[in-house]
Design a protein around this ligand. Structure first.
Ligand SMILES: [Ca+2]
Length: 162
């Protein structure tokens, strides 16, 4: 039994040492890892409550503050997207985007626009980034960076929901 195990291992090693077969196995392993990550992200996303889209009136009534007419929320959402997509995060860009907000309604509006933009993403980008703004910040920033964002918002009287 023991020798059978050993020869099995040897035959696997022989198999893998053939260069082309080694590459095929490596590609299959990478694909399997990607599949596991995608499934994990999907399950994680399903457990979170579905994000609610609100119209501007509902946001202003709900927060008791006004949405700044000067802010281009779509471009802020796109800047967040570029700052967060892929390995690592451009924290300074995240701080800069959050620093553009003036009111609680602005923060709620940006969450809203982030969700709308996220809905238009392709499947791969959807699995890479969460649909809600607080989840995005929590997944991209460490605790020190999150406190930084909280203090940027707090200076404007915005109460963060993360
Ligand atoms: Ca990232």
């Amino acid at each position: 039994m023991k020798t059978m195990g050993k020869s099995k291992i040897k035959s696997i090693i022989d198999y893998l040492s053939e260069p082309r077969k080694g590459i095929v196995v490596a590609v299959l392993v990478v694909m399997a890892i990607i599949a596991v990550v995608v499934v994990f992200r999907k399950t994680k996303g399903k457990m979170a409550p579905p994000p609610t889209l609100l119209n501007d009136d509902a946001i202003e009534n709900g927060t008791g503050s006004a949405i700044s007419p000067s802010i281009d929320f779509r471009s802020l959402a796109i800047r967040l997207f570029s700052a967060c997509l892929g390995v690592g995060t451009n924290e300074d860009e995240v701080y800069a985007v959050m620093g553009c907000l003036n009111t609680q309604a602005d923060y709620r509006k940006l969450s809203n626009v982030w969700m709308q933009q996220w809905n238009q993403l392709g499947l791969l980008a959807k699995t890479a980034l969460p649909p809600s703004l607080p989840e995005l910040l929590q997944s991209e920033l460490d605790s020190r960076e999150l406190s930084m964002v909280r203090s940027i918002l707090s200076e404007k009287g915005i109460v963060p929901d993360f």
